[in-house]
Design a protein around this ligand. Structure first.
Ligand code: SAH
Length: 346
C-alpha cells in the first residue's frame, strides 16, 4: 500500500483518517500540531505519542521533509537563498528576506516551469513536475527552523506557475493560513501569476483574502507576446476583465508586476499604456529592473529610467513601488541558483 503524504492533509482529512484507523480523535490535534506548529520531520520526535502509535503512523504515512542542500547569505542585505533537495532528488529554491515589517519567504510552486517567459531562468529547461502542498509548506517550515525567526509573509513568486498547479496551491494556502498551523494571515500571502484566466477566476470564487499579483510586463498584446508566450492564449483585455472579477469578488486589490527591460518596455508609450491599465482595474504597480540572465541578452533599465517610469505613473495617481532588489549577489533571480547547480552537475 502506498503511504499517504501526511503534511498535505488538512486538519479534517487527518482527523478522519485517524478515526478510520480506530484511533482516538484527539490524536489528530496532537499530530497536526507536531507537523505544522512544532515542525518536526519524524514520528519519533512526537514525544507525547506512544511507541505503538508512532509505528502505526509510520506504516501508513510519510512526512515530507526538504533537505537544505545549499544556503547562501547575501552580504549586502542578509537575504538568504535556499536550495532544497526533494525526496525524488529534484531541487527547488526559496528565498528568505528580512524587511522592517517582518520576514518574508518566496517559495517555488513547481520544479521548473512550462510558461516560457523569455527573461526568466526558471523556464529554460521546461517543467519537471508540480510540487505537492507539503513541499510548498516545507520550504517555509525549514526556513523558519533554520533562521529561528517567525515567517510573517509568503510570496509564491519562485520557480513555477502557481495557477498551473491550482489544486495543490489552494490546499497549500489553506494549510498555511489555518489557525491550527503557522496561522499566516491570508492578507500576508501573495500569489503571482503570468495570467491563466480560468484559474484566476476560480481563485476569486474561493473568496480568499490573499493578494493576487499579475505578471504583466507589457501593455500591448504585441509586446507581451514577444516576452511571454502565454500572451498568445489570453489578451490583455481578457486579463483586465479577470483582474476586475477578482477585485469585485474578493475586495482585494490586484498588483501588476512589471520587469523593466531597457528599450523594450520602458518607453513613454509603455508608461502611458500602464497608466490606463492600472486605472482600469485599480491596480498597484510593482516595478523591478529585469535581472539579466546569461542565456538571454535583455538588459535592465538603468536606475534613473526606473525612477522616471515610476514618476510618470505617480503623477497620474497610480500607486507604484519599486521592488527592492534583494540578494543580487546570490543569484537572487528566479531559478538562477537551481539552474547553476544543475548545469554544474552535468
Ligand atoms: N509564474 C509566476 C510566478 C513566478 S515568477 C508569474 O509569472 O508571476 C515571479 C516573478 O518574477 C514574475 O513577475 C516574473 O515575471 C518575474 N521574473 C522572472 N524572471 C525575472 C527576471 N530575470 N527579472 C525580473 N523579474 C523576473
Amino acid at each position: 500500500m502506498d503511504k499517504t503524504d501526511i503534511k498535505s492533509l488538512d486538519f479534517n482529512e487527518l482527523e478522519n483518517l485517524i478515526v478510520d484507523a480506530g484511533l482516538p480523535k484527539f490524536r489528530a490535534k496532537q499530530i497536526y500540531d507536531w507537523l505544522h506548529v512544532k515542525l518536526v520531520t519524524s514520528f519519533d520526535d512526537m514525544s507525547n505519542l506512544s511507541k505503538d502509535l508512532k509505528e502505526k503512523l509510520s506504516e501508513k504515512f510519510y512526512i515530507t521533509a526538504l533537505e537544505p542542500e545549499l544556503i547562501q547569505t547575501s552580504k549586502i542585505d542578509g537575504t538568504k537563498k535556499y536550495l532544497f533537495k526533494l525526496s525524488d532528488g529534484n531541487y527547488v529554491e526559496s528565498v528568505w528576506m528580512k524587511y522592517h515589517h517582518g520576514n518574508s519567504v518566496c517559495i517555488s510552486s513547481q520544479v521548473g516551469c512550462r510558461m516560457g517567459c523569455k527573461f526568466c531562468a526558471s523556464t529554460l529547461d521546461g517543467l519537471t513536475r508540480c510540487l505537492e502542498p507539503s513541499e510548498m509548506l516545507d520550504q517555509i517550515y525549514q526556513i523558519q527552523k533554520d533562521t529561528e525567526e517567525r515567517v510573517s509573509n509568503v510570496v509564491v513568486m519562485g520557480t513555477g506557475e502557481p495557477m498551473d498547479n491550482y489544486d495543490n496551491l489552494l490546499k497549500f494556502i489553506r494549510l498555511l493560513s489555518s489557525d491550527k498551523g503557522l496561522n499566516i494571515s491570508q492578507r500576508n500571502i501573495t500569489v503571482s501569476t503570468c495570467g491563466i484566466i480560468e484559474n484566476m477566476k476560480r481563485l476569486a470564487d474561493e473568496k480568499l483574502q490573499i493578494t493576487l499579483a499579475l505578471s504583466l510586463h507589457a501593455v500591448t498584446d504585441e509586446k507581451r507576446k514577444e516576452l511571454m508566450p502565454i500572451a498568445n492564449k489570453y489578451t490583455i483585455d481578457e486579463l483586465m476583465d479577470a483582474c476586475k472579477y477578482f477585485f469585485d469578488t474578493t475586495g482585494r486589490r490586484i498588483s501588476f508586476e512589471y520587469a523593466l527591460v531597457r528599450d523594450v518596455n520602458d518607453t513613454d508609450e509603455d508608461a502611458k499604456g500602464m497608466i490606463k491599465l492600472a486605472r482600469k482595474v485599480g491596480a498597484h504597480v510593482n516595478l523591478i529592473p529585469v535581472n539579466p540572465i546569461k542565456e538571454r541578452n535583455f538588459k535592465e533599465t538603468a536606475h534613473e529610467g526606473v525612477l522616471a517610469f515610476k514618476n510618470k505613473l505617480e503623477k497620474n495617481g497610480i500607486n507604484v513601488t519599486i521592488r527592492r532588489e534583494m540578494g543580487r549577489d546570490i543569484d537572487g533571480a528566479c531559478g538562477q541558483l537551481r539552474k547553476k547547480v544543475m548545469d554544474e552537475s552535468h
